[in-house]
Design a protein around this ligand. Structure first.
Ligand code: GLU
Length: 496
């Protein structure tokens, strides 16, 4: 394994090195990604490095599939990593299961300096001590194992054992968190926690410490569920005489009922790739996530460049933020409409293909149709829904549901007839050229435009919502409009 001299005593001007250290045990959680985003923004703002490290020591729960999902999610969001899987880097490998020798080496150093020891205590011994503790205190929790091996050196290293940290029992361990401010835990609350398991793999706190130290991480960001782990990691930095990194713990993302956002949270996708598949744009998701827990005055909408320039830890709140679907839709819709039409045409084609419509991204009809349709769209799926009727064969256009079908009835047949007549006669076939004769007829007949427009809209799109009627007719084109109106007219006449 490639090794590097440990970085002690970093100089204060050393560049920012942050990391995201997910465990590959499932989908990538959208709340976890917010932590990654804040780190990434911080690195980009300071021209520092963003490291991706895979914490896969939980062999029973880690899978290659989950690693692939993490990488794919990060790539889709555009949160690129300077070091990590696939890109490599000076501290490779970036998978904890491939760094075993390094953990063993650091455990040996700690044993040699008297800060750790081998422990041969059996499960039964630990259990017996626990029971005695709980009986003596009427079932009270808070048991801490006191290993008889803390001060013994006569065990046999060839026999199965763990390595434990010799945790200080007096005083307290604290730090100034970039989000939580001053935090401290009494040392008497710690036990001699395990560094290396019997199988040679490190426990989370030790693996994390060794990696953050040897990778030269200057700021550790993670969820506040890890606050209790930080004193253990700090004790390790102190034991080896290394400079501590800074820490920023982020409050949890909550669902509408105030519970931690989870798979069970109603109506919220927690897996990043659900947003990709749901037609969201990375820019929309990242803007929303950034604002979920961070504020910059009352600004709501940010481009990625603006987020990089404006993000700071001062703006990160200490309380959990609630997921707000409406706000997400608002932010996402804004970013969708901010894209130029050619870009949206490229992005929407896979969603059109999913609906059975194959159209080239540079098809002029597609590109020209984006501008009016995007005004009413939030996601790429909305956009695809608003576009697909343009490219379907005329014979496939039928009312999409009962509500739409109700507009095609004998009473509306005369409207369809009149519009069909105008459509046949209009040349060039533009929205303005169509508007004149249809509007003056509506006026002369003392009708309402909406009453005439709905059956025509259903006739040419199959649905009750679309951009302006004349624009839609122009986009659909003369020939297709005639075919669709003729077909709808038949339906209207035949309807009960
Ligand atoms: N693997 C840990 C997790 O996914 C990382 C925690 C940390 O960033 O230190 O929760």
């Amino acid at each position: 394994m490639r090794k590097r001299a440990p970085t002690f005593n970093r100089s204060p001007i050393m560049s920012v090195r942050v990391r995201f250290a997910p465990s590959p045990t499932g989908y990538l959680h959208i709340g976890g990604v917010r932590t990654a985003l804040y780190s990434w923004l911080w690195a980009r703002k300071h021209g520092g490095e963003f490291v991706l490290r895979i914490e896969d020591t939980d062999a029973a729960r880690s899978t290659q599939e989950a690693v692939d999902v993490i990488l794919e999610s990060m790539r889709w969001l555009g949160l690129d990593w300077d070091e990590g899987p696939e890109v490599g880097g000076p501290h490779a490998p970036y998978f904890q299961t491939e760094r075993e020798a390094l953990y063993a080496e650091w455990a040996e150093k700690l044993i040699a300096s008297g800060h750790a020891y081998r422990c041969w205590a059996t499960k039964e011994e630990i259990q017996a001590q626990r029971e005695a503790y709980e009986q003596g205190r009427g079932g009270k929790k808070g048991f801490k194992f006191r290993s008889p091996w803390r001060d013994r050196t006569d065990g046999d290293p060839s026999q199965p054992h763990v390595v434990r940290f010799k945790a200080p029992r007096e005083g307290k361990t604290g730090w100034t968190d970039l989000v939580y401010g001053d935090v401290a835990y009494p040392n008497k609350e710690q036990q001699d926690f395990v560094l290396i398991r019997e199988n040679g793999l490190p426990l989370y706190n030790f693996g994390c410490f060794v990696d953050d130290l040897t990778m030269g991480i200057t700021l550790v960001t993670r969820g506040d569920d890890h606050l209790v782990n930080t004193p253990m990691q700090l004790m390790l930095y102190d034991a080896v005489g290394a400079e501590r990194p800074q820490f920023a713990h982020l409050p949890m993302v909550l669902d509408a009922s105030g519970k931690k956002l989870s798979k069970r949270s109603p109506g919220v996708g927690v897996a990043v790739l659900d947003y990709r598949d749901g037609g969201y744009l990375p820019a929309g998701v990242l803007n929303y996530l950034a604002r979920l827990g961070w504020s910059h005055g009352d600004e709501e909408l940010f481009t990625l460049e603006e987020l990089i320039a404006k993000f700071d830890w001062k703006g990160v709140g200490k309380t959990g933020s609630r997921w707000d679907k409406k706000k997400l839709a608002h932010v996402q819709g804004h970013h969708l409409r901010s894209q130029d039409d050619a870009t949206l045409a490229k992005l929407v084609t896979p969603f059109l293909a999913e609906r059975g419509v194959e159209v080239a991204a540079d098809d002029a009809r597609l590109v020209n149709a984006i501008a009016p349709v995007k005004l009413r769209a939030t996601t790429l799926i909305d956009l695809a829904e608003g576009l697909d009727y343009l490219f379907r064969p005329d014979a496939e256009i039928a009312p999409e549901n009962d509500k739409a079908a109700k507009h095609l009835k004998p009473a509306t047949a005369p409207y369809l007839e009149k519009v069909l007549e105008v459509v046949r006669a209009t040349e060039p076939f533009t929205a303005e050229a169509l508007a004149g004769p249809i509007e003056s007829w509506v006026e002369a007949e003392e009708l309402k435009m909406g009453k005439v427009a709905q059956p025509v809209r259903v006739a040419i799109t199959g649905r009750t919502r679309s951009p302006g009627l004349f624009e839609t007719l122009e986009l659909v084109g003369k020939e297709a409009s005639i075919a669709r109106l003729e077909q709808a007219l038949e339906r209207a006449r035949a309807a009960e």
